[in-house]
Write a protein that binds this ligand. Structure first.
Ligand code: SF4
Length: 413
């Protein structure tokens, strides 16, 4: 390889962190949060947290709440990570008090909470880019508010880690792509933030260059240079002719409505959004019947969306950058997994875009509150459900729809 990095076993010492700059500004909205993470979805945790909750030395009131709240999950693989959950059958965590504070935290302190509650919406991972990467999920209203307030775009900051947090990562097998993880991801984020193009074209540009790697390009340093020069060429007017967007819209609608239809859920918040959006499209699915596709309601919602939020494209750029980073989307294990991860990213974009537009459906307020409500529940249903994301992505592969041409469909809405 041009810069001497060889395939095979590869080690990197992680001695610094990397985080979007808004990470440090995050504060829970607490009682001001309209979409509390204690309401409307599943909160599952591991065996250690379950046992710790069971053994709490609690006041009678807290003990009664804990008793109602704890629900052991069975038939869940080895059960070690998803061992139990809080009973959300009423749609609300039984530990949530009327004053919107957690009864467990109020009485026993932060350390008594299961890890998922303690860290939400934060996550951190040691990654082969050589960083301990810290990020925030867009499934939190407070995080969306931060992304909303960043018209200048997302930037990243890094600090050295204390010695006790250093870690050596060793990778084996075909490491020819993964050892360029930092450079490849940086290129993708630069493309996502290249405001010379509309956002869907930036994502398409990502696909055009990643396709070369997926097709077996081995000279990664040469590919990085070529990719950047490609962006320059396209910026000076060389982007392929815009396909007839309206003709693609029916395909886009078919894909996204199928995704929505597959998001069957018991979570009351998501269920309501799903039903509202399906009704807004003039559709409902009952008893496995196929509904007739209607495009006009989407077009009308899109007009309203452009009117209300046309100046907020930076928010969707920030959201996609946040997702790429938070989900560690680029899977550079192999050329095949790389393409799968790009397809997954386009799927996410399509679904977020569809749902964002439909937040302006006829009869809805079409305001920021409704947009955030929709974005939070899309995030909770997809970002926090890897099986669901894989399922939606694999469907495209099964239907021979995982091509670059079909990605243009997913990006046309
Ligand atoms: S969703 Fe975010 S802002 Fe709202 S209560 Fe949870 S952590 Fe706080």
């Amino acid at each position: 390889m041009a810069d001497g990095r060889q395939a095979g076993t590869w080690s990197v010492t992680v001695d610094k962190d990397l985080r979007p700059s808004y990470y440090d500004r995050f504060r829970c909205l607490a009682a001001g949060c309209k979409l509390s993470c204690c309401i409307g979805w599943n909160i599952a945790f591991n065996k250690k947290d379950y046992l710790s909750l069971k053994r709490q030395d609690a006041s009678p009131e807290l003990a009664e709440r804990l008793d109602r709240a704890l629900h052991r999950l069975r038939n869940n693989g080895d059960g070690s990570q998803i061992y139990a959950e809080f009973d959300m059958s009423d749609g609300v965590c039984p530990l949530l008090r009327d004053d919107c504070l957690c009864a467990l935290q109020a009485e026993k302190g932060l350390d008594a909470l299961p890890t998922v509650c303690k860290v939400f919406p934060r996550v951190e991972h040691y990654l082969p880019a050589g960083y301990l990467e810290r990020s925030l999920t867009p499934a939190c209203e407070g995080v969306l508010a931060l992304l909303w307030d960043m018209p200048e775009g997302v930037d990243f900051v890094s600090d050295p880690l204390p010695r006790e947090k250093w870690r050596k990562l060793t990778l084996e097998g075909d490491t020819s792509l993964i050892r360029y993880f930092a450079e490849i991801r940086e290129l993708c984020i630069d493309f996502l933030q290249d405001r010379r193009f509309p956002l869907p074209r930036r994502i398409l540009l990502m696909g055009m260059v990643l396709r070369e790697l997926a097709d077996g390009e081995k000279d990664i340093p040469g590919w990085l240079i070529w990719s950047r020069s490609m962006a320059e060429t396209l910026a000076s007017g060389g982007f392929p002719e815009e396909p007839e967007q309206e003709k693609l819209l029916a395909l886009f609608m078919t894909d996204t409505i199928q995704m929505l239809n597959r998001l069957k859920t018991h979570d009351p918040g998501l269920k309501r959004i799903r039903e509202d959006v399906l009704a807004g499209c003039g559709m409902s699915f009952t008893g496995g019947n196929r509904a007739t596709l209607r495009i006009a309601p989407y077009r009308e919602a899109r007009e309203r969306f452009e009117k209300n939020f046309g100046d907020r494209e930076y928010f969707f750029e920030n959201l996609m950058v946040a997702l790429l980073f938070y989900l560690n989307i680029l899977d550079l294990t192999s050329a095949e997994t790389l393409w799968k991860s790009y397809v997954n990213f386009c799927n996410l974009y399509a679904f977020y875009r569809f749902m964002a537009v439909m937040s302006c459906r006829e009869g809805s307020a079409g305001d920021t509150e409704e947009l955030f409500r929709t974005m939070v529940y899309v995030s909770r249903s997809l970002v926090h459900n890897g099986f669901r994301r894989a399922d939606l992505r694999d469907e495209l592969f099964q239907n021979d729809s995982a091509t670059l041409a079909h990605m243009a469909v997913l990006l046309c809405g």
